[in-house]
Design a protein around this ligand. Sequence first.
Ligand code: C5P
Length: 238
Amino acid sequence: MGELLYSGKAKQMWTTEDPDLLRVVYLDQATMLNGKRKDHFVGKGTAANDISTLVFEYLIRKGIPTHFVKRLSPTEELVKKCEMIRLEFVTRNIVAGHFASRFGLKEGTPLDQPVEETFYKSDELDDPFANESDAIAIQACTANEYQQCWELARRCNVLLTALFAKAGMKLVDFKLEFGKLADGTLVLADEFSPDNCRLWDRETNAHLDKDVFRKNLGDITTTYDEVYERLQKVVMEE
Ligand code: C5P
């Protein structure tokens, strides 16, 4: 069973018999406003794990280093243990969410070049914005690590924008997290699911992500299952 290391908003991390590996359990839960609103959705953990597994396996095939080892069950995966960098790397391709509200811009406006924003991971501080010199000053990472993480994030953006486009979806924005393996290698960690990206239907701009829950637009599990089915078709055709 292992020992529960961490229980987050949508996932738990457990130790395994191997000190270098951890077991991630995806929960049937969605939260917003930094956990202030929390709801239970049957099947949501499986749907998020399905999508994240597919995306991580895809990125690994394309040469991105990640923490992902394998899927263990519908709600569990095995990952390499890493020291997490306490930063969130947000990339935006289309105006939405806080970028729209912060700058008074119209949602849906395409951005000429991707916007890159970094935030310090801290629930107590509400994840404040942190630029490169902030990140170095608060010792979240080194300048070299900051640059390496953004280089990996840019490669992921190119690969995933194309993948989602083939599946009839616009990758509006997304958040990535990185960690360091014992030997210092930087790897993409955490998850990639509609919990941490915005996906809009290419034709209708319908929300196919956690905004369905944030804005009470429908059933989150059904939405995530649709994203998975669309992606699976594209990946099988490759
Ligand atoms: O809220 P905001 O517009 O800044 O979010 C940008 C993107 O980053 C969205 O896809 C959102 O789901 C993701 N995000 C996240 N975790 C956070 C903050 C944002 O996954 N703590």
